[in-house]
Design a protein around this ligand. Structure first.
Ligand SMILES: NC(=O)c1ccc[n+]([C@@H]2O[C@H](COP(=O)([O-])OP(=O)(O)OC[C@H]3O[C@@H](n4cnc5c(N)ncnc54)[C@H](OP(=O)(O)O)[C@@H]3O)[C@@H](O)[C@H]2O)c1
Length: 230
């Protein structure tokens, strides 16, 4: 009998400019406003884990902690996708493991690096890569659900990770804060870094999109599910 793959509810949250840019090659952008920050941290607090790709760790060195709102313990797991274990040993997400636990998903890691990370208290999970060369998201979600009891996963980016979850239809809700600014796409990192579709039909249009003003920007929420276009 084939064991059923189970997964947490997946909520993607990102902030971008009006021209769909989430960061530049030179570093992060300050896109959220105060209202949005408190929404983001409430969402972190209400999630069992917060996931990012390794480029976000290398470029921004985020702590991925709940701030601005009162934490409802335990702190959500911090989850990193990092095929070749490129994570710098002084990354903020590797610190304070007793309070802010981290799970690193990888497909290849040296014994010495694995030992150092384990000594810090980091959990390491080895998973396969798909034919596209990325870590297998289905396996990752299954492990998060079954081994770590993660029922709600917040995916924070960056663009490649967001694109993977959307492409593989592993998202239940997509939330995008649009900041009222243009960044420029020549050296910007896009929200959805995949090849453009040649045509768009009515079928490709997202059906249930909710939009509201948030301070000087606006917030879009898309619910995915049966019969809902991805
Ligand atoms: N505005 C926002 O809301 C926001 C939020 C977060 C981040 N960001 C920005 O996003 C930028 C980085 O974005 P990015 O697109 O370059 O990289 P990313 O999504 O942060 O990381 C992508 C990397 O993760 C690894 N990975 C492993 N498994 C993967 C999978 N299944 N799908 C996708 N990636 C997988 C791959 O590296 P390996 O092959 O080495 O494993 C891949 O190149 C940062 O500069 C940051 O500032 C913005």
């Amino acid at each position: 009998m084939i064991e059923e793959l189970l997964r947490p509810k997946v909520v993607i949250n990102v902030a971008c400019s009006l021209d769909g840019i989430i960061a530049t090659n030179k570093g992060p952008l300050d896109l959220s406003n105060e209202e949005d920050w408190s929404r983001v941290h409430t969402l972190r607090n209400n999630s069992d884990a917060i996931l990012v790709g390794i480029n976000t760790i290398i470029n921004d060195n985020p702590g991925l902690k709940v701030k601005h709102v009162k934490l409802t313990p335990p702190h959500p797991y911090r989850v990193i996708l990092d095929s070749c274990a490129r994570i710098p040993l002084d990354a903020k997400v590797l610190q304070e493991q007793a309070t802010f636990p981290t799970i690193l998903f990888t497909s290849e890691i040296t014994k010495s690096k694995s030992l150092v990370l384990k000594e810090k208290g980091v959990s390491i999970e080895i998973v396969n890569k798909t034919e596209k060369g990325f870590l297998d998201l289905g396996m990752i979600l299954d492990i998060l659900y079954k081994k770590y009891n993660i029922k709600k996963l917040m995916v924070e980016g960056g663009g490649k990770v967001v694109a993977s979850f959307i492409t593989y239809k592993l998202v239940d809700e997509l939330i995008i804060f649009y900041a009222p600014t243009f960044v420029g796409s020549i050296d910007g990192i896009p929200l959805f870094p995949v090849k453009a579709k040649e045509t768009i039909s009515a079928h490709d249009r997202i059906q249930n999109l909710d939009c509201k003003k948030m301070g000087d920007g606006f917030l879009i929420k898309i619910q995915y599910g049966e019969n809902k276009c991805q």
